[in-house]
Structures are given as structure tokens and as C-alpha cells.
Ligand binder design. Structure first.
Ligand code: ATP
Length: 242
């Protein structure tokens, strides 16, 4: 087990009615790490994210954050501790401007000063110059890649201790996917701990410290990102290389 795990899942079981989506998974994310949870459609990636953020109830098992159990806490309480999720499909506010969308990210989390908000906003604009150029544009008129940037930028406005990214590459062109992953690596390098859920093995594992492979609700393999990338089973199942 890791030195200073920020996030720990232990034997987590989650079901929907009689259907079991997770069969008892254990994983850890250490302070400052970028960790990928890789899996095919229906493997249980989103369910894992929902369990961590509090949108799905655990049937059994534990989730700890900074060493304390959080699986009994509400979503709101988890957000307050700094667990911020960028959901699959982005869910930006189409009728709000880019700046309004970003400000929604810190809604209910009062900054101690205007200077502090400006500082966080500057950091977001540094990572995403495209957003700065388009502060007045409506979210709904942005391209898919720009909306993903906006969704991530909005999450950063909450100053996450742990950023949960659910399939940020979904539906985007290869060049845009490379851009998004490069920015994710920058966010991590600037000190944010990230758990990333993905189907795009190549990009995600290349950028990750460690990875876990999730198959039909169980973790079947784990290791350093670059080791998983050359693992024959991973290559066959997720990279289409025999
Ligand atoms: P995808 O990449 O397609 O989103 P995923 O790896 O995120 O897949 P989940 O969405 O976590 O997978 O789904 C895991 C399993 O749980 C699937 O068999 C799915 O059909 C089932 N499931 C998910 N949500 C529900 C729900 N609300 N009710 C019933 N079953 C569900």
C-alpha cells in the first residue's frame, strides 16, 4: 500500500437493485498522483466515480479520504472536503457565459477575498488560454473540446484536493484529446491529485503515475502507467494490438 493515500477504496461493492456493478474493488491514490482507472463500456468506471463523489450508495466496503471514512457523507460534504468531479458528458451550463460557468465552480465555496478568486481564475486562464479569449461566449456555443476545457476549468475553480475526471476524451477528435491530456498532466504537475477514468488507454496510461484495469466490476490488473501500456493483455484488450 501507498505512503500517504489521499483516497482509499477498500472492497467497495455497489449495486443497482439486484444488478451488481462493482464486486468489491480496492484502489488508492496518493497525494500528488495522477491515477487512471481503465475499462471498457459498462466495466463500472462511472459507478466507481459515483461512489467516490457520493452519487451512488455503497452496498458494502469503505471509502477513506485523508484517512477518514467518507462513504457515509453527502455529496455536498464531500465537495466541501475538496472532492470535485467532472462528470461524463461535461454538463456545462449552455445558456451561461464562460465566465459565469467558471464562477459556478466556486458557488457556495466562498473565497476569503476577491484577490483569491482572481488568483484561481488566473491559474485557470493560464492552463486554458482559450477560455480567457472567450469569457463572454455562451457555453452552449463552444466546441466539444472547449466545453471539456470549461468543465475542467470550472472544477478547478473549487480548488480541488482530489479531481475526478470521468472520460474527458469522450467524443473528441484525436488532436483535441492530446491537448486535453496534456493540460491534465499540467494540472497534475501544478500539484492537483487526479483520478481519471478512461477508455483511451494510450493517452491516459502514458500520462499516469499508476493505473488500474477494471473489468466487469473487478480490478484485474494494476501497476505503473508505462508498465500497463506494454502489458500484452492491456495491449490486446485496450489498444487493439495482439
Ligand atoms: P461507460 O463507459 O459505458 O459509461 P462504465 O464503465 O462507466 O461504462 P457504469 O456506467 O459504471 O460503467 O456501469 C456499470 C454497470 O452498471 C453496467 O452493467 C450498467 O448497465 C449498470 N448500471 C449503471 N447505472 C445503472 C443504473 N442507474 N441502473 C441499473 N444499472 C446501472
Amino acid at each position: 500500500s501507498l505512503d500517504r493515500p489521499v483516497l482509499e477504496l477498500e472492497d467497495v461493492v455497489i449495486g443497482y437493485g439486484r444488478i451488481r456493478a462493482l464486486h468489491g474493488i480496492s484502489l488508492q491514490v496518493a497525494e500528488g498522483e495522477l491515477v487512471t482507472l481503465l475499462g471498457a463500456n459498462g466495466a463500472g468506471k462511472s459507478t466507481t466515480m459515483r461512489g467516490i463523489s457520493g452519487l451512488a450508495k455503497l452496498t458494502s466496503g469503505q471509502i477513506r479520504f485523508d484517512g477518514e471514512r467518507i462513504d457515509g457523507l453527502s455529496t455536498h460534504q464531500r465537495v466541501h472536503r475538496g472532492i470535485i468531479q467532472v462528470p461524463e458528458g461535461r454538463h456545462i451550463f449552455p445558456g451561461m457565459t464562460v465566465l459565469e460557468n467558471l464562477d459556478m465552480g466556486c458557488y457556495g465555496r466562498k473565497f476569503s477575498s476577491k484577490a483569491e478568486r482572481a488568483e484561481v481564475l488566473d491559474h485557470v486562464f493560464e492552463l486554458f488560454p482559450r477560455l480567457k479569449e472567450r469569457v463572454k461566449q455562451y457555453g452552449g456555443t463552444m466546441s466539444g473540446g472547449e466545453q471539456q476545457m470549461l468543465a475542467i476549468g470550472r472544477a478547478l475553480m473549487a480548488r480541488p484536493r482530489l479531481l475526478l475526471l470521468d472520460e474527458p476524451s469522450m467524443g473528441l477528435a484525436p488532436m483535441v484529446i492530446r491537448q486535453i491530456f496534456s493540460i491534465i498532466a499540467d494540472i497534475n504537475a501544478a500539484g492537483t491529485t487526479i483520478l481519471l477514468v478512461e477508455q483511451n488507454a494510450q493517452q491516459a496510461l502514458t500520462r499516469s503515475d499508476r493505473g488500474y484495469i477494471l473489468e466487469t466490476g473487478s480490478i484485474t490488473l494494476e501497476g505503473p502507467g508505462r508498465e500497463l501500456l506494454v502489458d500484452p493483455k492491456v495491449r490486446e484488450a485496450y489498444l487493439g494490438v495482439a
